[in-house]
Design a protein around this ligand. Structure first.
Ligand code: SF4
Length: 395
């Protein structure tokens, strides 16, 4: 892969490979390797890596998998991702996965973990509770116990024990990964024409299905390319996308938002890869504690986190201010309770703060978004025509 177009094409293939072939190949290269699938939003992948595992994100089938069996498991009035995950699993797309982790986010994900257990899918199924108590000595200790459970499951299969050195090394690799991804977003904040949000999406999503070492190499190359002036600026407003952290919009919708006149300068499409802000201590005697401290003190705002002392509406407003965005697009998966219940909180606060926004809903398998494109285009035009003073956010 010697040029940017080749890198992006390779990432696109990886990102939407519903057979997870790179993970299969990786597993076959060496005995006792363990592939662990995890659902959105976030799991500290470092702990899987440190005991010889490959963490692989499962974002569902998107618009590339017809749902037949999945619909039999769920009522009509819930989101789409659990149906396509069931379909993928029952059709053996993940037959080489050893275990599955379901991070707590909503009842749908919890019930999906129950179906996996009931159907004996995988060698282990872990419903992963995350603390809502943000005291390190309470919620932090609880999170360490939860991570230890996952380590124990993997060790039982791989025989590989967790050591301080191994976990510090894994943390350091993921620190590099997070830094490089942030570099891409920082470049796009100033020069969003250098790499489209669609390309960014493919590049980051590829990293959720391959070893972090390989993804870091890819990111290094991408960063070198976009550190130079490429592409041409267009007359578009800048927006932040919020609410699309679990079920993913179809790639056509991600593209349509930019085509309709909005540079996306920040988003929560694949929040898990960017959940921790900044580096995690990788030279510590207690790396599990370092990971739990990072979640408690350095995690991004999220619908899965209820931190009363750090209201999410102000955190999102700060991102808008930092990225010098003109507005926010609230994009929620249909029937996504966490996203849709948060939306009025954000919108009431943004009405007071004078931050402009629009909102719409999508489904991963729907590829018709003419109405959304018109709505986004009208939003962009209205901001360009009636632009006023840049907003400021007070804590
Ligand atoms: S899309 Fe929303 S409701 Fe559906 S599983 Fe994800 S978080 Fe839960």
């Amino acid at each position: 892969m010697n040029n940017l177009a080749e890198i992006i094409a390779a990432c696109k293939d990886l990102a939407f490979d519903l057979d997870f072939k790179r993970a299969k190949q990786w597993k076959e290269e060496k005995a006792n390797r363990v592939v662990v699938g995890y659902l959105p939003i976030y799991f500290p992948r470092e702990v899987i890596h440190a005991v010889g595992g490959l963490p692989v994100a499962i974002f569902g089938g998107g618009d590339r998998k017809q749902i037949i069996k999945g619909d039999a498991y769920y009522q009509s009035y819930i989101c789409h991702i659990p149906r396509s995950v069931i379909e993928l699993v029952l059709d053996k797309h993940t037959a080489h996965f050893d275990g599955y982790i379901f991070p707590s986010i909503c009842d749908v994900i919890r019930n999906l973990s129950g179906i996996f257990k009931q159907q004996n899918i995988g060698k282990f199924v872990k419903y992963m509770d995350f603390p809502q108590n943000f005291l390190p000595q309470v919620g932090g200790v609880f999170l360490q116990q939860e991570m230890q459970h996952v380590v124990d499951y993997i060790t039982e299969i791989s025989g590989e024990k967790l050591t301080t050195e191994k976990l510090n090394h894994s943390i350091s690799l993921y620190n590099t990964n997070r830094r490089l991804i942030e570099f891409i977003y920082d470049i796009r904040e100033k020069y969003p024409w250098r790499l489209s949000i669609e390309d960014v999406y493919h590049i980051i999503r590829a990293g959720t299905v391959i070893p972090v070492e390989e993804h870091n190499e890819i990111l290094e190359k991408v960063c070198a390319f976009i550190d130079q002036e490429i592409g041409k600026p267009q007359d578009k407003i800048k927006v932040v996308i919020s609410g699309a952290f679990c079920e993913q919009p179809a790639i056509g919708l991600i593209r349509a938002i930019e085509e309709a006149g909005c540079y996306v300068v920040d988003d929560d499409y694949q929040l898990g890869s960017r959940m921790i802000i900044g580096d995690i201590d990788d030279k510590t005697d207690n790396p599990l504690e370092a990971l739990s401290n990072a979640y408690i003190k350095q995690s991004q705002y999220s619908s899965s986190i209820y931190d009363i002392s750090n209201p999410k509406e102000y955190r999102l407003a700060k991102i808008v201010e930092k990225r010098k965005a003109d507005g926010v697009i609230f994009a929620s998966a249909s029937f996504c309770d966490p996203s849709l219940l948060d939306a009025p909180i954000f919108q009431n606060a943004f009405d007071r703060m004078g931050i402009r926004y629009i909102a719409f809903q999508y489904s991963e398998n729907i590829n018709q978004f003419k109405v959304i494109k018109e709505q986004v285009g009208a939003f962009s035009d209205s901001i360009k025509l009636w632009e006023d003073e840049p907003m400021t956010v007070n804590d």
